[in-house]
Design a protein around this ligand. Structure first.
Ligand SMILES: NC(=O)c1ccc[n+]([C@@H]2O[C@H](COP(=O)([O-])OP(=O)(O)OC[C@H]3O[C@@H](n4cnc5c(N)ncnc54)[C@H](OP(=O)(O)O)[C@@H]3O)[C@@H](O)[C@H]2O)c1
Length: 293
């Protein structure tokens, strides 16, 4: 298939580009800068110069595609308007194509809010934090668009060995600062390794059912304190080197969206496992952390 990826240099989209290139698809990736273009070329894809803020500048010249994977995002207040404008151009463009293209849209586990001891599934109603409430209407819009085959993937918290949502723990441990935890040690995060998540996108691309959603969670809920302790152990630090900070403090530092780090959540990837044969390999984040060089 010829596939356009938006966000093909990101934590989610980068591994997706590499995975689908490897599976033999022809991959185009939107690149808003020369540096981003260089990255997508290194991943084996063809850069399409352009910005999600201005789809009218690159859509008309885009060759016909069989699928679009959208995993681009700016973590700022303007995102609601950016997304509305982007979808306002992109969806009609795709719906007008004779190829009946697939459109794989990225939601996120934070849209389900705190679940505590419940485990979110695709049937769980959204209870998004205020900073993410804007992201719910586009999901409905995408799933209801005629003339395309839309699917939504809700990634769990995405990690790579020392990266993704583990970056701040890794940075704190390298700099030998106290490793910071938002909320408390028992806060659970649903987790997925970026390579496993990329496999899910590839499966949805190749055999996902239109108008369905899939939660990309390999580990339903993992206590954040254990992640922090694993990094502390690696760096030779001791338990007292963990530092609890409040959701208000992290929001003041990074923006309101960062309150999501304090959500005690569990989410299940069972639907993707059962219906698509998704088989995530990374099920032990502590071993992944211990194995970092
Ligand atoms: N990471 C997670 O744990 C996680 C979990 C659940 C859901 N999600 C969702 O997944 C999506 C992607 O998140 P992420 O973590 O992969 O973000 P990320 O690492 O910050 O990547 C964002 C991507 O979007 C691109 N981008 C940003 N603004 C752009 C613009 N104006 N024009 C063109 N491209 C632009 C970036 O390209 P550049 O290279 O040019 O910067 C990059 O490829 C988001 O919707 C997020 O909410 C992420």
């Amino acid at each position: 298939m010829r596939v356009l990826v938006l966000g093909g240099t990101g934590s989610v989209g980068g591994p997706v580009v590499r995975a689908i290139v490897k599976r033999g698809h022809e991959v185009l990736a939107l690149a808003r800068s020369a540096a981003s273009a260089q990255k997508v070329v290194a991943f084996g894809a063809q850069p399409v110069p352009g910005n999600i803020r201005r789809p009218e500048e690159w859509l008309q010249a885009l060759p016909a595609v069989d699928a679009v994977i959208h995993a681009a995002c700016e973590f700022e207040d303007a995102m609601e308007g950016i997304e509305r404008h982007l979808l306002g151009h992109l969806l009609p463009h795709l719906a007008a194509s004779e190829r009946n293209p697939r459109f794989i849209y990225t939601g996120g586990c934070w849209l389900f809010g705190a679940t505590g001891d419940q485990v979110a599934t695709e049937a769980t109603p959204f209870r998004a934090l205020p900073a993410f409430a804007w992201a719910v209407p586009p999901i409905k819009r995408v799933l209801e668009t005629a003339g395309i085959q839309p699917t939504v993937i809700h990634p769990a918290m995405v990690y790579a060995a020392g990266g993704g949502v583990f970056s701040s723990f890794a940075r704190d441990s390298i700099e030998r600062r106290a490793i910071r935890i938002v909320g408390n040690e028992n806060v659970r995060w649903p987790l997925v390794h970026s390579d496993d998540l990329a496999s899910l996108y590839a499966l949805v691309l190749e055999r996902g059912v239109a108008r369905e959603s899939y939660i990309g969670s390999a580990i339903d809920g993992f206590p954040v304190g254990r992640i922090a302790r694993a990094f502390a152990k690696r760096s030779g630090a001791v338990d007292r080197d963990l530092q609890i900070i409040s959701a208000d403090a992290i929001a003041a530092e990074l923006g309101d969206w960062a309150r999501g780090y304090a959500l005690d959540q569990q989410a299940s990837g069972e639907k993707a496992r059962l219906t698509l044969g998704w088989d995530p390999k990374h099920l032990d984040p502590e071993s992944d952390i211990a194995a970092i060089n």
